[in-house]
Ligand binder design. Structure first.
Ligand SMILES: *Cc1c(COP(=O)(O)O)cnc(C)c1O
Length: 470
């Protein structure tokens, strides 16, 4: 059916990914959808390894000593933590559950960093006993830690707490995280006073929202200088964690620009209204490990950040979540119903937006799902491009729940082929934050299982269930 161009969004096909293509070409998703009788996620751990390697390469090329911690909150699956253990990478945890998971899958305590505000006593205690690095977020937390260590010392465990002081970023004064400049000074005094048998102050950390490379470089440089100052107080202070927020690119530059330029409410079911700023920047000119390279090369006070760090004898710690998971998995739904609306279709799939978490942040996950016809070859929704209104089948995607707002995609995706009941929709690149941050067994529907594809090459991929099922 021909529709007016104004009401059809341009396509936003995901950047090419041979491993995902290979999984789709193998027929595996069709087979697993049948086997599970519902939606599922597939995970591609080789991509995780490659991203980790690339980040380490960026550090090495810049001559900067560093350490990568995977921010566990980005995806709950066990396989990432297994990979961290195997590759000697660290894990950023924020709860007792995450800490246990990381230890249980073989990541040594010394390779963990514990972040998150006002950490519970049990979490602090286990972190100290395991020798994990603790990012202290407030003065009362530092005091709780010091009294905990004093109490432990009175017993038989005598291990100093390893501490980073988390700074409130100067550019984000309204953040609820971190210590102000004055609080940092107080905290440094208290650490110095406590002495190294109780506490080892190893440096500073911050985590910025947004994806600004320059802001991160400036903060890292000023905290490196603060390390030098802290050492005059007798503190160890030889590392700075820049948190997460390395951006990734999901779609091509031209497609992203065209989408933003043409975007209006008519492109979405029920004329749902979004602003440009509501969306993750699905294209980023420098992304992943390249963004880390740009960060290290960023000039601050006339020198590259890499030189600032080297001269100050400061190690750079990173806590990437999303960037380690770039291209590391996808999410598969089956079309359960198709109904016509004026100029577009509403597809209903066998899952909910709880498995595509972006939908829960007044936002939308924009990369086009790939339509895999029942027993046939796949097509990408946006491949037709903006001009091809003839023969496009704009479709929004609803969930199999009784909530009006439970939409998996509000946007009218311009499929080139008529979607039918039984077809699969494969959402690409969903491992970072989309799969399971907001999941709940709504309507008593089971949570989608996670399948690890250990090998993607033809003739047959090799798969298994992730050990962390829910
Ligand atoms: C969420 C978070 C991260 C990971 O952020 P990404 O954007 O996924 O890289 C790292 N560190 C802290 C403290 C966080 O809260």
């Amino acid at each position: 059916m021909a529709v007016s161009g104004a009401e059809v969004s341009a396509g936003l096909p995901a950047l090419p990914d041979p491993a995902t293509d290979s999984v789709l070409a193998s027929g595996l998703v069709e087979e697993l959808s049948y086997a599970f009788g519902g939606p599922f996620h597939f995970l591609l751990p080789d991509a995780f390894d490659a991203n980790l390697r690339a980040m380490r390469g960026a550090l090495e090329d810049a001559g900067v000593a560093g350490f990568v911690y995977y921010a566990k909150k980005a995806n709950k699956a066990a396989v990432w933590v297994e990979r961290c253990a195997a590759q000697g990478a660290g894990v950023d945890v924020a709860s007792l559950g995450e800490l246990r998971e990381a230890l249980g899958h073989g990541v040594p305590g010394e390779h963990l960093v514990v972040t998150g505000p006002a950490k519970a006593h049990d979490l602090l205690r286990l972190a100290v006993r395991q020798g994990a690095l603790i990012a202290v977020d407030a003065l009362d937390e530092l005091d709780a830690l010091l009294s905990l260590v004093a109490g432990e010392g009175a017993g038989h465990v005598t291990r100093p707490a390893r501490v980073l002081l988390r700074a409130l970023p100067p550019g984000q004064p309204h953040s609820r995280f971190g210590l102000t400049e004055a609080e940092l000074a107080t905290a440094m005094d208290r650490c110095a006073h406590a002495g190294e048998t109780a506490l080892r102050m190893e440096g500073f950390s911050f985590h910025l929202s947004g994806y600004d490379v320059a802001a991160r470089a400036e903060s890292a440089a000023s905290l490196a200088e603060l390390c030098v100052k802290a050492r005059t107080l007798g503190l160890h202070a030889d590392r700075v964690s820049i948190g997460g927020g390395l951006p990734i690119s999901y779609v091509g530059a031209d497609d992203w620009r065209a989408f933003l330029a043409a975007r209006h409410d008519g492109h979405f079911h029920a004329r749902k209204s979004f602003e440009d700023g509501d969306f993750y920047p699905y294209h980023s000119p420098v992304a992943g490990a390249d963004a880390l390279r740009a960060l290290l090369a960023h000039r601050t006070g006339g020198r590259a950040l890499a030189a600032v760090l080297r001269d100050a004898g400061v190690r750079l710690l990173l806590e990437p979540g999303r960037a380690l998971l770039d291209r590391a998995g996808g999410t598969v739904f089956r079309v359960q119903g198709v109904k016509e609306r004026a100029g577009y279709r509403l597809l209903t799939v066998d899952g909910s937006s709880l498995s595509l978490s972006e939908q829960w942040f007044a936002s939308e996950y924009l990369p086009d799902p790939v339509l895999v016809p029942r027993g046939g070859a796949e097509e990408t929704g946006g491949a037709a491009g903006p001009a091809a209104t003839e023969g496009t089948y704009p479709s929004s995607v609803g969930a199999a729940t009784c909530l009006e707002s439970d939409m998996v995609t509000w946007r009218k995706i311009p499929f080139r082929r008529q979607p039918r009941v039984g077809d699969l929709l494969v959402y690409p690149n969903t491992a970072g934050y989309q799969m399971d941050s907001n999941e709940s067994p709504f309507h008593d529907l089971p949570l989608p299982p996670k399948v690890v594809v250990d090998r993607t090459e033809l003739p047959r991929p090799r798969w298994r269930l992730d050990r962390h099922f829910t």
